[in-house]
Design a protein around this ligand. Structure first.
Ligand SMILES: Nc1ncnc2c1ncn2[C@@H]1O[C@H](COP(=O)(O)OP(=O)(O)OP(=O)(O)O)[C@@H](O)[C@H]1O
Length: 568
């Protein structure tokens, strides 16, 4: 995925409006200068100043020009903001699209704080550059060039003086501003570290409390805050220096114009009115010069934000392979792993599950059980080998159609913020009430909701953390079963259910029409399976009917500690 160009579509129209705005502002600046010259040369430098009605018209003209410039500045600000917001909205949705195609494991490697910073802080940097930097620079650039060209018609010596002074001011500002990049980068890094830490503490404050590390973590946050503060002050110091330079350049431009004006009047090459006109134009051009420092700050902030966003968009994604891919045609849910390998997870594992069968995956921690389920849901792709559903390679079909074919429950699939009903219907928002009632009955949702006065409308906090683990598990099961997907993947879905709730799994296994692949440590549920797969170090070491595997002297029986005693 690529970051979109700034001047594209609607933003190009806004840009043209800004350029026109700049031209109008320049015309008004020139008009103002012309009126000032007329007043000075016609009325103030005459031997005997006279007050006639023309002065009133000229002054009225000045007031009108000032009002128009004010209105144009307002329009400029609005268009600039529209342009910045429009761009930020486009990049934000691009980031979301990228996020939705990332494998959960790629995302887990990143800090949540760092990812959120891209959606909030970096987006602000981009928007600020476009609406307050680029737009200001466009209008100021257009009006400066036009005003200087027209000033050239009034008096070329004064124009050269103003141009050289402005150019030197801009060059000095640029020289000082170059150091801003490193400072902006450092403060962005510090902010990201602090955001990642705070985000982690918000989600795992219980760990800090239980292990009595409140003071230590407090110190850590103070230290990170101090680093951030130092880097922000260093950045502000450079910004302050740039501000000083621009103020100095602005004063120098006014002074040199005045000096050149006096010289031109004494040598007879310019009238007093022309000098006053030139000074009026300089007065109009100085604010953009003063803005230059801030514009550079915005530019560096935005270019660092762009780098971070680009790096995120370049993350390994499942999107590339699935663009324009056909949909799966799922019939019975037969699943096949063909020599699949996942670095650090699975090693050339092959196995087939016939349609409608239940396979229980068992094995020690880190054996690759969850990885196998992630492959079946296409939440990761194998580095080698293929996964087939009803004979169709998952990697060659649209992600949407794969996900529609799969229902999944697992530790990495928490409940979402909202109501219980929203979570139940998450998979299929407009599911018929009968279908919802079916999964509710299957998962015992109504008996679970008995203590909640608001029933379905009960609020669910992020991750479902305001519910007990078992309650969350039941809702997650109902969410996965809605619509009866042909393939059901259960990753330790029975881990937190009490004996009563454990019957939910028995009911599901007894009534489910599709294929089930489940990771479980419960012997009862293993016995309910048609087949058991025993994984160790990413390999499938044993497979067969549960009764047979538990009664022989193989890895499964040894794993459950029920191997026959060896005769001496
Ligand atoms: N988020 C992750 N990113 C990278 N590697 C991971 C991630 N999660 C697990 N792994 C690696 O994949 C390997 C298999 O892990 P997996 O979670 O599939 O094992 P498991 O059999 O489900 O273990 P457990 O019974 O402890 O849940 C492990 O060696 C682990 O290091």
């Amino acid at each position: 995925m690529k970051i979109p160009p700034i001047l594209h579509g609607y933003r190009r129209i806004l840009f043209i409006r800004l350029v026109s705005n700049g031209l109008l502002q320049a015309a008004l600046a020139i008009g103002t200068a012309w009126l000032v010259r007329e007043i000075f040369d016609g009325f103030l430098t005459a031997q005997q100043p006279v007050l006639d009605v023309r002065v009133v018209w000229l002054v009225a003209g000045l007031i009108m020009a000032a009002a128009c410039i004010g209105w144009l500045r307002m329009a400029e600000r609005i268009d600039a903001e529209k342009m910045g917001q429009h761009y930020a909205a486009e990049v934000r949705i691009l980031l979301y699209d990228c996020l939705s195609f990332l494998t959960p494991r790629t995302l887990q490697k990143r800090s949540r704080g760092g990812v959120s910073l891209r959606f909030v802080g970096d987006m602000t940097s981009l928007r600020r550059w476009i609406s307050m930097g680029l737009a200001r620079m466009t209008v100021a650039g257009v009006s400066t060039v036009s005003a200087l060209l027209l000033l050239g018609m009034i008096n070329w010596q004064l124009t050269v003086t103003v141009t050289v002074s402005l150019a030197m001011g801009a060059w000095l500002t640029y020289l000082f501003g170059k150091r801003m990049r490193a400072a902006a980068k450092e403060s962005r890094r510090r902010l990201s570290n602090l955001a990642a830490n705070v985000n982690e503490k918000v989600t795992s404050i219980a760990v800090v409390q239980v292990f009595g590390q409140v003071d230590r973590e407090r110190e850590h946050i103070i230290r990170q805050g101090k680093y951030l503060q130092d880097s922000m002050v260093a950045r502000a110091r450079i910004a302050g220096q740039i501000l000083g330079v621009t103020e100095f350049s602005a004063a120098m431009t006014s002074a040199t114009t005045l000096l050149a004006g006096i010289f031109a009047v004494t040598t007879g090459t310019a009238s007093v009115g022309a000098v006053i006109a030139a000074i009026t134009i300089v007065g109009i051009l100085l604010p953009p010069l003063r803005d230059l420092g801030r514009i550079q700050e915005y530019w560096h902030g935005a270019s660092i934000a762009r780098e971070r966003i680009k790096e995120f968009l370049d993350s390994p994604s499942l999107m590339a392979q699935t663009t324009n891919a056909p949909d799966l045609t799922v019939r019975s849910g037969g699943l096949q792993f063909d020599s699949v390998s996942v670095t650090g997870g699975l090693n050339r594992l092959s196995g087939t599950i016939a349609p409608g069968k239940v396979v229980a995956v068992v094995g020690p921690n880190g054996a690759g059980k969850s990885t196998l389920l992630l492959l079946a849901a296409r939440l990761i792709d194998p580095h080698e080998g293929k996964v087939f559903l009803d004979g169709q390679n998952l990697a060659e079909h649209s992600l949407n159609s794969v996900r529609q074919a799969v229902g999944m429950v697992g530790p990495d699939l928490p409940l979402l913020r909202g109501t219980i009903e929203r979570n139940l219907r998450y998979r299929w928002r407009n599911a018929p009430d009968e279908e919802v009632a079916r999964v509710r009955a299957l998962c015992g949702i109504d008996e679970m909701l008995a203590p909640f006065p608001e029933g379905d409308r009960t609020r669910v906090a992020e991750g479902g953390l305001n519910l007990s683990v078992g309650q969350r598990q039941r809702i997650a099961l109902a969410r996965a079963l809605l619509g009866n997907p042909p393939l059901l993947l259960l990753d330790e879905a029975d881990a937190n259910l009490d004996s009563q709730a454990g019957k939910v799994i028995d009911r599901i296994l007894a009534s489910y029409q599709g294929t089930v692949l489940m990771v479980t440590h419960h012997v009862d549920h293993i016995m309910a399976a048609d087949e058991v797969w025993y994984l160790e170090a990413g390999r499938l070491l044993e497979a067969g009917p549960p009764a047979a595997l538990l009664s022989n002297d193989g890895p499964v029986a040894r794993f459950f500690g029920i191997s026959k005693p060896v005769a001496i």
